[in-house]
Design a protein around this ligand. Structure first.
Ligand SMILES: *Cc1c(COP(=O)(O)O)cnc(C)c1O
Length: 465
């Protein structure tokens, strides 16, 4: 009793109404499945996976309210009532004037890149994201990383590792001229840095700098709710402000945003792009017809938009986001206690294993993070994802691998899906793979697609000698 007195745990602010059975797969089956998948976890069948931590994208468990919302789908081709619910939710919570729905985040990135980037223009951003940069480059933009240097060090404990390096941005503006900058591509949180947040002070200062030069700020709002939690927790003056309020203020410093609703908004599909500028909106609204669908559905069913509108509200509840990030931290704390190298501090949606520190004997060209994802699957049927040299792709000018400093394997936690007991099983498997790390040999790539190669590349294990 004595030791437990005064202890107060958080718990999920929901209970379970429906369950989905999991499949346990034998070691022999896993070996076969992994070889069939070319040692790429993206190519595994989900039926061969036990605990699926590939991504938190579209893997959310919807609430009873959202499922009820599906039944209220108005599947009219034009002017669906669900579109107006979604528009209202985005205007109220994110604060932008004009909304264009898209089938998911990259649909929005495609439209925005096409209308807002002229070939040859620079697109400075706080670290790249795979689909974001791909669309910016397809539109002729030149992505330039302006994240603070601390973001590239997995052990640096800076509380806002997603911040923009304002000095680096200012230097770029001075060198190239404001006219050669399409917009600042601001992500909150920063997925590729380990789900690291941007501070309110940083976005305010960024606004001031960009306003002086007449440069727009476009926000990747995919994980902004998670970012708001870190502001509430870590930034002076925000402890008593609500998550909804923080999200709204953050957006007020930007000119527009795009969203993958498959993350923060607790749905399985959907996205949007929203802007304040009417001329820009009109171009987006026209282009969406060509690529996604009419501007009141953008590739979505009416029911999907209803679930998104409800999901936006649920995602902004303080007790929800505390439990969401609390679960990620629970796993992070276990691994930290066992001295397993992970990106610190733990971010909003995932644990990032530091594959360089795991496999000090493997050079980056033998794909240590890809190897670690494969070893984890072999050990327990847990599916993780590579975020290192494979994800970084090739330099479009030189054709050589881009060699990022961060070589990470991501354990992404779906929202409202797994329990604390699942997190224990995951931690124990990571520990076992860590204990056996000296035996890993690395991989070689035997098939490489041209775009976003990490999704479809195939590998073979190097022979042990
Ligand atoms: C997932 C994601 C995207 C792309 O969205 P999709 O819905 O997968 O197309 C863009 N930015 C960030 C930060 C993401 O996490």
């Amino acid at each position: 009793m004595g030791q437990q007195a005064g202890r107060r745990s958080w718990a999920e602010p929901w209970k379970i109404k429906m369950v989905e059975p999991l499949r346990v797969v034998s070691r022999e089956q896993r070996e076969r499945a992994l070889a069939d998948a070319g040692y790429n976890t993206f190519l595994l069948r989900s039926d061969d996976v036990y605990i699926d931590l590939l991504t938190d994208s579209g893997t959310n468990a919807m609430s009873d309210r959202q499922w009820a919302g599906l039944m209220l789908g108005d599947e009219a081709y034009a002017g669906s009532r669900n579109f107006f619910h979604l528009e209202e939710a985005v205007q109220r919570r994110y604060g932008y004037r004009h909304l264009v729905p898209t089938h998911q985040g990259r649909g929005a990135e495609h439209l925005l890149s096409k209308v807002a980037i002229q070939p040859g223009q620079f697109v400075p951003g706080n670290m790249y994201f795979t689909t974001t940069r791909a669309h910016q480059e397809l539109a002729g933009g030149v992505f330039t990383d302006v994240i603070i240097p601390e973001a590239h060090d997995p052990s640096d404990r800076h509380p806002f590792k997603g911040n923009v390096d304002l000095g680096a941005l200012e230097a770029l503006i001075a060198r190239e001229g404001a006219g050669r900058i399409a917009y600042v591509s601001l992500a909150a949180t920063v997925n590729m840095a380990g789900g690291q947040p941007v501070s309110m002070a940083n976005v305010r200062a960024l606004r001031a700098l960009c306003s002086r030069h007449g440069i727009r700020i476009m926000l990747d709002a995919t994980r902004l709710v998670e970012n708001a939690f870190f502001i509430q927790e870590r930034e002076e003056g925000f402890a008593t402000r609500s998550i909804a309020d923080i999200v709204h203020e953050f957006c007020s410093y930007t000119d527009g945003a795009w969203m993958s609703s498959k993350k923060d908004s607790l749905v399985n599909i959907g996205g949007w792009v929203a802007v304040n500028d009417t001329a820009l909106f009109e171009e987006l609204r026209n282009l969406v017809v060509l690529y996604e669908g009419l501007h009141t559905y953008g590739g979505l069913a009416g029911r999907d938009m209803e679930a998104m509108a409800i999901g936006i509200e649920e995602s902004l509840q303080d007790d929800y986001i505390r439990a969401r990030i609390g679960q990620v931290r629970y796993l992070g704390d276990l691994l930290t206690d066992w001295e397993i190298p992970i990106v610190q501090p733990v971010g909003g949606h995932a644990i990032f294993l530091d594959a360089r520190a795991f496999y000090v004997h493997l050079p980056q060209d033998l794909f240590p993070a890809q190897t670690l994802a494969a070893e984890l699957y072999l050990d327990s049927g847990i599916r993780a994802m590579e975020r290192g040299i494979v994800s970084a792709g090739r330099n479009p000018l030189t054709g050589d691998h881009t060699r990022p400093r961060l070589e990470l394997t991501r354990l992404t936690i779906p929202r409202r899906v797994y329990t604390q007991a699942h997190m224990d099983v995951v931690a124990e498997s990571v520990k076992n793979v860590h204990d056996n790390r000296a035996w890993a040999r690395g991989l070689r790539m035997v098939y490489e697609p041209k775009y976003l190669r990490f999704f479809q590349a195939r590998f073979e294990p190097l022979p042990s000698n």
